[in-house]
Every structure is written in C-alpha cells, then in structure tokens.
Ligand binder design. Structure first.
Ligand SMILES: [Zn+2]
Length: 201
C-alpha cells in the first residue's frame, strides 16, 4: 500500500497490512489510520539508533523463523528504556520482539484469563499462571512512550503512558508482559532469547 505523508507530501510504501500508525521516513511526522483515512497527528518522532543489533528494515532469523523489522516503539520505565520491535514473518504475521538490556523475547499475545478476569492489577511478587506456566511478577511501573519509528499496528504517540507489569517464569526461561493500556489488559508471553540466537540476514 502506498500512502502520502500529510505533512511533507512524500510518498511511502507501507509493508504492514495491519499498520495503523506510520512515521514518515523523510520528515518523521506520525500519521494514524482513522476511519480508513491516514490522518496527520502533528507529532514527530526521531529515535537514536542506540546499541541494538536490530534496526528498521533488517531481516533476521530467530529459532528458524525469518522476520523483517518494520517499526519500533521505545518506552521509558524511569531508570532506563526498552524497545519493542514490530516485525513481520514471511507469512505476513505481525510479531513484537521486545529488547530489554540486550535480551530479547519474541512475544505472543495470549488470552490469560487468570489475569484479565482478575479485579484490579496484579501485585509485585504475585504468582500467576499463563498457558500452563507459572510466572512471578518481578517489576511494575509506568511505561512512557519516548518515540517510535516505522509502521506499527497500534496507536501510540510520544509521551503517552500506561501501567505495566513484567514477570519471569519460575524456571527463568520465559517472559510475561502485562500492559494496562486497555480493558481488559493486554498480555504477552515469550521465551527469553540470547542475542547470539538472532541471525541478522
Ligand atoms: Zn513527511
């Protein structure tokens, strides 16, 4: 799909069929898909590249699956930040790859009714069961969007914030992420991946 930037007029090709947010690669302006129309937000975003091995446009292979990175959101948690890379598989499926302190997890959205049906939020050190695995909540805080780039499947703009809770499985192998950005909250799980398990193609 080709779209025209409402701010600078540049044309860009959108790869992600479910994108609702795109950043213009020329002027950094962010547009959102509202009622099937690409609409200017008046916001711009530019991210420093940082020290990640991943970058927008990169192709990489993780556990035998090939991904193309098409976008990124960076969140602050107060003492630092983490990146969420939005990528597409060869089949066109959208997947978030979270990168926190050079550790990665390919996230999979899950129903997690134990969490979403619960009254209120989880608490620090709670143990919750998701898809047959037990996780302990290790961190809770407020995520503030520091910036974004590329094509994204969700509407998020710089400075927007939401509460989150993170957990780790009792064996330490899996990550749990709860985003209190909606009702019910959005829950993701993913196996922790060492950087050497990622091949840049
Ligand atoms: Zn533009």
């Amino acid at each position: 799909m080709k779209i025209q930037c409402g701010t600078c007029g540049a044309e860009q090709t959108v790869l992600n069929p479910v994108a609702v947010s795109v950043q213009c690669p020329y002027c950094d302006a962010i547009s959102l898909l509202v009622d099937k129309e690409w609409t200017r937000t008046g916001k711009k975003s530019r991210l420093s590249q940082g020290f990640s091995r991943l970058y927008r446009g990169a192709f990489c292979r993780i556990e035998g699956v090939e991904y193309q990175i098409v976008g990124r959101v960076r969140y602050s948690f107060g003492r630092g930040f983490w990146d969420e890379w939005f990528s597409l598989t060869e089949m066109g499926k959208g997947v978030w790859i979270t990168e926190d302190d050079h550790t990665f997890a390919v996230q999979q959205r899950v129903e997690a009714t134990d969490i979403t049906k619960q009254q209120g939020k989880v608490s620090l050190h709670d143990e919750v069961s998701v898809e047959g695995r037990t996780y302990r909540i290790t961190e809770m805080g407020k995520a503030v969007c520091l910036g974004l780039e590329g094509e994204l499947p969700k509407e998020i703009l710089p400075d927007e914030q939401y509460d989150y809770a993170d957990g780790t499985s009792l064996d330490g192998d899996y990550a749990l992420g709860i985003e209190y950005d909606d009702e019910p909250p959005t829950v993701f799980i993913g196996r922790w991946i060492h950087p050497r398990e990622i091949t840049i193609l």
